[in-house]
Ligand binder design. Sequence first.
Ligand SMILES: Nc1ncnc2c1ncn2[C@@H]1O[C@H](COP(=O)(O)OP(=O)(O)OP(=O)(O)O)[C@@H](O)[C@H]1O
Ligand SMILES: [Mg+2]
Length: 347
Amino acid sequence: MLGWKIQLAPSKGDARLTVVSSIKHIFNEIHYEITKTIAEGGMGVVYEAIQRGTGKFAKKVAIKLIREEFSAIREFRNNFIGEARLVADLIHTNIVQTYHLGEINSQYFMTMEYVNGINLEEFYHQHRLTNQQVPVDLGVFIISRVCRGLSYAHTKEDDQGRLLGIVHRDVNPKNIMLANEGDVKLTDFGIAKALDLMYNVEGEVIAGKDEYLSPEQANYEITDARADIFGCGIVLAELLLGYNIFEADSPEETRKNILELTIPNFCLLRTDVDDKLNVVLHSALQRSRNDRYQSAAEMLIATETYLYSDGYGPTNEKLALYLKDLYGENGKYAAARWAAGETPGLR
Ligand SMILES: Nc1ncnc2c1ncn2[C@@H]1O[C@H](COP(=O)(O)OP(=O)(O)OP(=O)(O)O)[C@@H](O)[C@H]1O
Ligand SMILES: [Mg+2]
């Protein structure tokens, strides 16, 4: 493979570059300046930072510093590194891109694309706070984008064309970000898997939050990509209803609900959910994975068919306008304005 070797040719006040032969490595320390703590999660702290480069080059990034307790466990470290390697090449508009995995004082950190926006939990909390419901079509749109990102990751192959077998395993509202521009982005790929693998036998220990587990995870079975479909079903139902249908007072009861609770007729819980959407929700929330949507692509098509079969539907740009309205001065009427087609900027 051809490459370049860069040599500085000495000259007064003007360092010219002369290409002499092939370059093999570039070692360069990267300077991150932490500017803000964004949030503290279970696995670590997420910071906003500026990556400084030559001259005035500055790029905003997000850094997740993994908790010392985890970094200290060798098995976790190995799994985490292994998983990070798998997800390093996931480059897709609906996935938060991982830029770098580093180590400082034996503590791991991951730099990633900075998402200027909110997570999905904040999104529906804002609705609850202002006594409104998430517009049905926007809820479905958000999940359709998540399915798009999942479909890409689930089918990702290595350079030799072998399926990488990537499964998220922790699809929940805090791992779904809405950028102010209206992009929907799934984050934390691979992290739940790394925790799972810490115990080496998948199927004995489960990662992921109890109220977002698939039945197979709650049952300590080996999971495949279809677990993420169930997660999408839970999050979609939560977006539409404002609560998680499985959540109970204790983790045990929650898991029992995931395994046994009768999945409701959503049309009865929210009048503007129609039969077609109820079918989509039930297809995602089938307990037997063979009865579920068999791929994220299948759920993507179902949600898009629901959204667009009658014509023009939600887009990233429209979601951006809605977010602006929701967090604006008169945000408590944002959903009503959306329903009337009167969101500012929409026409
Ligand atoms: N790339 C990012 N850009 C901007 N904000 C982010 C980014 N990644 C995460 N966040 C924010 O930081 C919060 C915390 O993330 P983190 O993944 O550490 O915890 P969590 O998702 O709440 O829980 P868990 O540790 O179980 O994943 C997220 O909910 C999100 O709001
Ligand atoms: Mg997270």
